[in-house]
Design a protein around this ligand. Structure first.
Ligand SMILES: C[S@@+](CC[C@H](N)C(=O)[O-])C[C@H]1O[C@@H](n2cnc3c(N)ncnc32)[C@H](O)[C@@H]1O
Length: 323
């Protein structure tokens, strides 16, 4: 559907200001928290917030709360998004202000990912103990087995495998398994576990969930268990995970429902405080997957978090064809 002339004028007016165009340029790269945008633009928070408000009112961007933080992202699809993408394509590649913003975004990202990597390297040995702080492990494992289905699977891929728990849980339903992780320390532990448990059909590899380098449609079960909330761009991770799912295959994501335990950001490097069903479903849809089931596991105690398990499939029809 097109836009009315007045609507188009309003959108151009909202985007037609240097700082606002820079904000749009940043959000075209990834969703960001207000304080990150402020840090990158090096402008006062009230000023940045005014620009964000205008862009939100024009429908060019969306805001969404995550605990006490407020995040922003580009509005989803449709003519507004196309207009923005076209406008941003016309920004010269060597524009010094946009180039500096991109460098600063990269620095913010690197800082985040260094902190998270250091956290996992530091805590690899006690990961199993840390992991079970907020949830009943047995219940989650039973629900994951249920959501994955009996198989047998030809090939399962576990992204952000950590100490390899999902491989250990599901590998006997698959002919072969592959666990990928960014942390060498985590991989060392996963390798030891795999050997001890005799998981001969499982391989462990160093790799990044954002760019796995694995072939498209190469697995019939892809698992992303308790990884998304650490990531700078969970939508991109879901898209990459979905790319690996072959027609008829299944993607299983386990993570937290939205919560308010702010201390987890500092103490355990969580970036996002859980995910709403609608957000995950939108990412599934964007990746050409069809939702299959959603399970919710309430916390074991009143300090705890609700674990969600979302599954989706790539239908073996043209609708679910890989884009
Ligand atoms: C909370 S642990 C979960 C591990 C495992 N899935 C489990 O449930 O026990 C998150 C894991 O994601 C890994 N990770 C974080 N960012 C990653 C990335 N960009 N690519 C691959 N792995 C990543 C971390 O190194 C860590 O091992």
């Amino acid at each position: 559907m097109g836009l009315s002339t007045q609507h188009l004028v309003d959108l151009l007016r909202a985007a037609g200001e240097p700082t606002r165009l820079r904000i749009l340029g940043l959000l075209a790269r990834e969703e960001l928290a207000v304080m990150e945008i402020t840090q990158i633009l090096d402008q006062s928070q009230p000023r940045v917030s005014r620009h964000l408000k205008l862009l939100t009112e024009a429908g060019l961007i969306e805001r969404f709360p995550d605990g006490a933080w407020m995040f922003y992202r580009l509005a989803d699809r449709g003519p507004r998004r196309r207009l923005l993408e076209e406008a941003l394509r016309l920004v010269p590649a060597d524009d010094p202000v946009f180039a500096r913003d991109a460098d600063r975004l990269q620095a913010v990202r690197a800082e985040r990912s260094d902190e998270a990597t250091a956290y996992f390297e530091r805590n690899a040995a006690r990961w199993d103990e840390l992991r079970s702080l907020h949830v009943s492990e047995g219940d989650v494992e039973a629900a994951i087995l249920d959501a994955a289905g009996p198989g047998p699977f030809r090939r399962m891929i576990d992204l952000g495998t950590g100490s390899g728990r999902m491989l250990a849980l599901l590998c006997n339903r698959a002919e072969e398994g592959l666990g990928l992780d960014l942390s060498q320390q985590m991989l060392n532990i996963a390798r030891r576990r795999a050997t001890e448990a005799g998981l001969e059909r499982c391989q462990l590899r160093h790799g990044d969930i954002f760019a796995t380098q694995l072939p498209t449609a190469s697995a019939d079960l892809v698992v992303v268990h308790q990884v998304l909330h650490y990531l700078s761009d969970p939508a991109a991770a879901v898209a990459e995970a979905a790319r690996l799912v072959e027609p008829g295959g299944r993607l299983l994501i386990a993570d937290f429902a939205p919560h308010r335990l702010e201390f987890l950001r500092e103490a355990h490097q969580h970036r996002r405080l859980g995910f709403a069903d609608a957000e995950i479903e939108r990412w599934f849809d964007g990746a050409g997957l069809q939702p299959l089931s959603t399970a919710a596991l309430p916390p074991a105690d009143d300090q705890g978090l609700t674990v969600k398990i979302w599954t989706a499939t790539r239908e073996a029809s043209p609708q679910g064809a890989l884009q």
